[in-house]
Design a protein around this ligand. Structure first.
Ligand code: AHR
Length: 312
């Protein structure tokens, strides 16, 4: 399973017998579904009794779930925060109850002492990696980019936008022509891309699409095909996550690049909790996962199969 496949080989810290609540955002993307299944797998392998709550994209549901976990007296709480703001009250309640909280995959705007650690990627860096790929790819040619942003107010939407803008700042040939949220979903990505194409001379004025996640890119690819253009050629496609479906698109020449986000955030979270419980070791405040770029040169079919084998 994932523990053996993805851990660094270090002995997993003991969390067996612990009751841990997990407030998950929902199932907006393939990546989110993979994170949910990996978290369940990690919990099972380590003997954790995982209490899972799906918030269906609503912060109020997450706050309710966290209050429920506190009332049950769980040993720890994992939360993937849908948006960045509005967490202080409920996290203070967890702190008063002396229940450690670990943030998974997204950051929040709140004092750092309200959580034990945060396991996430450097999302500004992810945006920079995607932007730098485009800078190199278009090599000085004029390029109008359309951007599909993630969920409004979420840390990955804010940071991936910032990082991409930083990477293209000195490239006067690259312009972000249009930018809108696609809410991290395939259907919204397709819908917004259709509108972008209509207002850009049927797509003739678009050189590239930058999507904050692969699912929106997959939706955009469909819209580009429906408009009679060739995604990956007429319009370049770069996104973030590295889920199996984007590797299918890359293998077919319909997408060009993706930045990997591991769905195994729970493994490092359980390691940190185990160490904390065994001898009081305080983990790093930010445990940063890798952000590797993949293109057609990186065996997309093999990457697809590797992820399928891991249970994505
Ligand atoms: O927070 C991580 C982001 O959330 C993923 O990139 C996206 O697919 C998911 O919805």
């Amino acid at each position: 399973g994932f523990a053996t496949a993805l851990s660094s080989g270090a002995l997993a810290q003991d969390v067996s017998g612990k009751v841990i609540g997990f407030s998950q955002i929902g199932s907006e993307s393939g990546w989110r579904a993979a994170e949910t299944s990996v978290t369940r797998q990690q919990a099972e392998e380590r003997g954790v009794d995982l209490k899972f709550a799906d918030a269906q994209q609503k912060q109020e549901n997450q706050i309710k779930a966290i209050r429920g976990f506190i009332a049950q007296g769980v040993d720890a709480i994992l939360v993937a925060p849908v948006v960045a703001t509005g967490w202080e009250d409920v996290l203070s309640e967890a702190q008063e109850a002396e229940i450690p909280v670990v943030l998974l995959d997204r950051g929040i705007d709140a004092p750092e002492d309200l959580y034990l650690t945060s396991v996430a990627s450097d999302q500004v860096h992810e945006g920079r990696v995607a932007g730098q790929w485009l800078v190199d790819e278009v090599a000085g040619e004029d390029c109008n980019v359309v951007e599909l942003q993630g969920t409004v107010g979420s840390s990955p939407a804010i940071n991936r936008k910032q990082g991409f803008e930083e990477a293209i700042a000195d490239a006067s040939n690259i312009t972000i022509a249009q930018s809108q949220t696609g809410d991290f979903t395939r259907s919204k990505g397709k819908e917004v891309m259709e509108a972008f194409l209509k207002s850009s001379n049927g797509g003739a004025d678009i050189c590239a699409v930058y999507a904050h996640n692969d699912d929106m890119a997959v939706g955009a690819i469909q819209a580009i095909k429906d408009a009679g253009l060739a995604p990956g050629e007429d319009i370049l496609v770069v996104s973030i996550d590295a889920v199996p479906d984007i590797f299918t698109a890359i293998a077919a020449g319909e997408a060009n690049a993706t930045v990997e986000l591991t769905p195994n955030m729970a493994g490092p979270a359980f390691d940190a909790l185990g160490a904390y419980w065994s001898d009081g070791t305080m983990p790093e405040k930010f445990i940063i996962t890798e952000s590797k770029l993949y293109t057609a040169a990186d065996d997309p079919q093999g990457e697809y199969e590797r992820r399928k084998d891991l249970g994505y």
